[in-house]
Design a binder for this molecule. Structure first.
Ligand code: HEC
Length: 120
């Protein structure tokens, strides 16, 4: 009888810990995907190839995240571009429109569709 609370606590700890672990992973990506589909996909395309529905109307084509040039960029380089934009291009800075966390989430999502590869 005296051992029961210990077992209950152990089971609870495992359950709580595993839901905490999954909370660290999945919603981050889903949130980044939601932000991407709301704000970025019209230019950059669903798979990041720069072929979104608005891409043809732009004089400066949207970056293709699948290229060697793009995949070799560090997260910090992407962060700077997303936060401050690219001068003289339709890619304006998102600082102020997205929170710092949302910018990190969206970088995380871009890295799932076009993984970082410094060797490319
Ligand atoms: C109006 C169209 C448009 C929208 C919307 C847009 N972008 Fe861009 N983006 C561009 C263009 C154009 C470039 C390329 C600028 C250049 O030639 O360097 C670019 C470049 C980038 C780059 C640099 C990639 C590289 O390898 O140089 C990143 C990262 C990026 N965009 C992320 C985003 C994110 C994240 C969003 C949504 C929050 C977004 N963009 C929304 C048009 C857009």
């Amino acid at each position: 009888m005296r051992k029961q609370p210990v077992i209950v606590m152990a089971v609870l700890t495992v359950v709580l810990f595993s839901s905490w672990v999954s909370a660290q992973g999945e919603p981050r990506i889903r949130n980044g995907q939601a932000i991407y589909e709301e704000h970025c996909f019209r230019c950059h395309g669903l798979t990041g190839k720069g072929d979104g529905p608005d891409a043809n109307a732009l004089l400066v084509p949207p970056a293709n995240f699948q290229t060697m040039r793009s995949r070799a960029k560090t997260d910090f380089e992407l962060l700077t571009i997303i936060a401050y934009g690219v001068a003289f291009s339709p890619m304006h800075g998102w600082r102020g429109r997205l929170t710092d966390d949302e910018i990190l989430e969206v970088i995380n999502y871009i890295r799932t569709i076009a993984p970082f590869n410094p060797a490319l």
